[in-house]
Design a protein around this ligand. Structure first.
Ligand SMILES: Cc1ncc(C[n+]2csc(CCOP(=O)(O)OP(=O)(O)O)c2C)c(N)n1
Ligand SMILES: [Mg+2]
Length: 801
């Protein structure tokens, strides 16, 4: 069933012939990349030694991708459109490379791969070849913002790219297998967040080639009627292009794209010129074409074209099997390369003329190299948001609430630039960032009731209960040159762990490509963290995302644990200025004691780690008896409370307190640019004194980062031990032995000089723990002595000073 009759085609026979030849050229180059080392233009009979020894790549999706590319070229030329091509089945890398080569953008970036026979030969050879290029639409591929290696993120990236880019159309090819992923299934709802006035358009092209690697796909086996209802239900107008006869399909596709772009224009006009506020029914295309279209129909008697066997390399052994070699030659010659390329190996001029010019070529669209369009954020002075801290611990504050005020003004200062957004799964207010709602709203295109709060068709905050969408939108937004922040519950950020991986890989590779300009960093605020899950309990207690983050290349990742509001402000300002990184900030939202003045905070954060002299009980000339290190807001509080306990019972004990804000300072400088060198580390942590380390996350991570340090065997780390429930804040730390009493007991046990006094002191602390347990179970809240504790010493560095 076709929506549009081929008879109404805008394509003449000549045009059909031309576009078909262009498509054949792209298909030829794609097959050549997978198979050939030599004899690229088939000027001689194909010999086994012309074929690569290892055949790698994916053919099945490629002819469909090439078909879409050729037709988008035509539409771009017709209406001078700015189109970004997001390629979901990124494993069709040969197709994206072939097309950018044909249009010339490839050779401009990689002049060695010239537009002649020599360049063509190199183009074939480099593909999936050691020292060459990867098999996917990777960062190396001009025009790409989405790798597609891990399937599922094409549509969400496309929307991220379209936000605040009113003149851009993002054409997004979605594999039918890819469409089965959770992330992609959620992505259809992105249209509820796209404003037709201020944002660009996304044209989803669902590529029903019927198969994945070894199975049919769910969507392809559904009848058109069900598909139509499904996508209408998602708020789209599906336009169907179905068939396998190339001439018919060219006509259909050309006509359908014209319809789709006309619909997009009409929607934008209605919203922009006529003030139509209704959520539009955006067009989408359902493209049903055979997997491995134009490839071999059968190999070794088994069905290939139009089946999953076309997925990777359809003819497996041309070097060893003469029949395979013959089939390959027949397949490639079937595209008639002599009618596509001239004697010098250049695409014939009448075919070159089908590609758009300059930046209109999809491989040269500047949005795909977002760093080149990036404008710096205007940032307010973070010092203006400082909490006044007359002495350590004297005032309570909510760190993320102060950050919210800073972000509010970031939004205001950049309102005109429209290049900053905050994403979150429904928690911006609960994470105490709600000051932002003084100046903006939550973006929302569905109906708005009079009693709704902070919803509007234009807002800088994007909330949807899909961490996949938050992450993917932000990636697409950053990759096209803008800025943002993703605030998330710490325990549930794991959901996008794999997307984080892919983005980190993208950054690592792009940093090695001089033509890819740096993009703004991906910034996470992880709050509602493990130690303060008062409402939720064990399911919400998991600090393990950071373990995952530090696996990535040191150049790319940073992890920050600000202990209070002023440090959080400094770090927020800092991360918003960085580029090509992933910054993770872990900070609590509950009222907590404030430790540092803004000046102290700035100095401390700049170094990333430091001794806190005011918290230490150390005679400067002497070595400490014990080092108490802390990293994270709750561990810092417990460490300081433990220092207080110890000062009371063993006032002569020399305690050094170290606070870690930047986790990566713990790694050696040879492994991370922020790492301390051994000399500085040893100076701080000593080479031979016990270190009691209170850490926000799983203890093993600290061991992992410090295993090569001289004093590692004396490091005793307290952290999350996977003990949790819905209980009081202090009981949570007790359950995991991160509380002041356990820390103090550990100090007593590890400092040899304490001798016989130790037993009595330990007993006193154990008794306090027993009393605590009894009290919380009886009263349902922490003991007053715990709740009301504050740092009693001011800035005095010695008890009694
Ligand atoms: C999340 C994820 N799971 C599994 C894979 C392995 N994989 C690679 S291609 C593919 C099939 C993709 O099918 P489809 O999206 O229909 O693409 P096409 O048919 O166009 O090749 C699979 C399962 C993957 N790349 N990503
Ligand atoms: Mg498929």
């Amino acid at each position: 069933m076709h929506d549009i009759s081929p008879n109404r085609s805008p394509l003449s026979d000549d045009e059909v012939n031309l576009i078909d030849r262009y498509w054949r050229a792209a298909n030829y180059l794609s097959v050549g990349q997978i198979y050939l080392l030599d004899n690229a233009l088939l000027r001689q009979p194909l010999q086994r030694e012309h074929v690569k020894p290892r055949l790698l790549g994916h053919w099945g999706t490629t002819p469909g991708l090439n078909f879409v590319y050729a037709h988008l070229n035509r539409a771009i030329r017709a209406d001078d459109l700015s189109v970004l091509y997001v390629c979901g089945p990124g494993h069709g890398g040969p197709g994206m490379v072939a097309n950018t080569y044909l249009e010339g953008s490839y050779s401009e970036i990689y002049p060695d791969i010239s537009r002649d026979a020599d360049g063509l030969q190199k183009l074939f050879r480099q593909f999936s070849f050691p020292g060459g290029i990867p098999s996917h639409a990777a960062p190396e591929t001009p025009g790409s913002i989405s790798e597609g290696g891990e399937l599922g993120y094409a549509l969400v990236h496309a929307y991220g790219a379209a936000f605040d880019n009113p003149d851009l159309i993002v054409a997004c090819v979605i594999g039918d297998g890819e469409a089965e992923t959770g992330a992609l299934a959620a992505s259809w709802h992105s249209n509820k967040f796209l404003n037709p006035v201020h944002d660009g358009a996304v044209l989803p092209i669902l590529h029903l080639n019927g198969y994945k690697i070894a199975n049919p796909t769910v969507l392809a086996r559904m009848a058109d009627d069900e598909l139509r209802k499904l996508f209408e239900g998602y708020g789209h107008e599906p336009l169907f292009v179905e068939g396998s006869d190339p001439a018919t399909m060219h006509r259909l596709m050309a006509e359908t794209l014209e319809t789709a772009f006309a619909r997009i224009r009409a929607i934008q006009q209605a919203a922009r010129d006529d003030g139509n506020k209704a959520r539009p029914k955006w067009p989408m295309i359902v493209l049903r074409s055979p997997k491995g279209w134009t490839g071999p129909k059968e190999v070794d008697g088994l069905k290939v074209e139009g089946f999953w066997r076309a997925h990777q390399v359809p003819i497996s052994n041309p070097r060893g099997n003469p029949e395979h070699l013959r089939l390959l030659e027949e397949w490639m010659r079937g595209y008639q390369p002599e009618k596509l390329f001239d004697d010098a190996g250049r695409l014939l001029p009448e075919l070159q003329a089908l590609a758009p010019d300059g930046n209109r070529r999809m491989g040269a669209n500047p949005h795909a190299n977002g760093g080149s369009l990036k404008r710096e954020l205007k940032l307010p002075d973070y010092r203006d948001y400082a909490i006044d801290v007359p002495k350590p611990g004297a005032v309570l504050g909510e760190a993320t609430r102060e950050m919210g005020k800073f972000l509010r003004d970031v939004i205001t200062l950049n309102a005109e630039q429209r290049n900053f957004r905050i994403m979150g799964p429904d928690e911006t207010a609960s994470n105490r960032l709600d000051a932002v709602f003084e100046v903006t709203e939550r973006q929302w295109m569905e109906g708005i009731e009079p009693y709704d709060v902070h919803l509007a068709q234009d807002g800088r905050v994007m909330e949807v209960l899909s961490e996949h969408l938050c992450q993917g939108w932000l990636e697409g937004y950053l990759l096209t040159g803008r800025h943002g922040l993703f605030s998330c519950y710490e325990a549930f950020v794991h959901i996008i762990g794999s997307m984080f991986n892919q983005h980190a890989k993208w950054l690592k590779v792009s940093r090695g490509l001089p033509w890819r300009r740096p993009i703004a960093s991906l910034n996470y605020l992880l709050t509602s963290h493990v130690w303060r899950q008062d409402h939720n309990g064990f399911s919400h207690q998991d600090p393990g995302f950071i373990d995952h983050v530090v696996n990535k290349k040191a150049d790319v990742v940073r992890v920050y644990f600000p202990p209070d509001a002023n440090t959080l402000l400094w770090i927020t300002d800092h991360v918003l200025r960085t580029y090509d990184r992933i910054n993770v900030i872990v900070a609590g939202k509950q009222p907590a004691p404030q430790w540092l003045t803004m000046d102290q905070a700035a100095t401390h954060c700049d170094a990333g780690i430091g001794i806190w002299p005011w918290a230490s009980n150390e005679r400067v000339a002497n070595e400490p008896d014990v080092v108490m290190a802390c990293c994270g807001d709750v561990p810092t509080l417990e460490t300081l409370a433990a220092v207080d306990l110890l000062r009371q019972v063993v006032p002569d004990l020399n305690i050094r307190v170290i606070n870690v804000v930047d986790l990566m300072t713990l790694q050696p400088d040879t492994q991370h640019p922020h790492g301390l060198n051994d000399r500085d580390f040893d100076g701080m942590f000593t080479r031979d004194k016990p270190v009691i380390f209170a850490f926000h996350g799983y203890p093993h991570l600290i061991h992992r980062l410090t295993y090569s340090r001289a004093n590692h065997e004396r490091m005793h780390v307290h952290g999350f031990e996977e003990e949790g429930t819905t209980t009081t804040p202090f009981d949570m730390v007790v359950l995991n032995r991160l509380d002041r009493f356990h820390l103090a007991i550990d100090v007593i046990e590890r400092v040899p000089s304490l001798g016989v006094a130790a037993a009595a002191i330990k007993q006193q602390f154990r008794d306090a723990l027993i009393e605590h347990t009894r009290y919380v179970r009886a009263h349902g809240e922490d003991m007053p002595a715990i709740r009301d504790w504050d740092w009693p010493y001011g800035t005095a560095a010695k008890a009694g000073d």
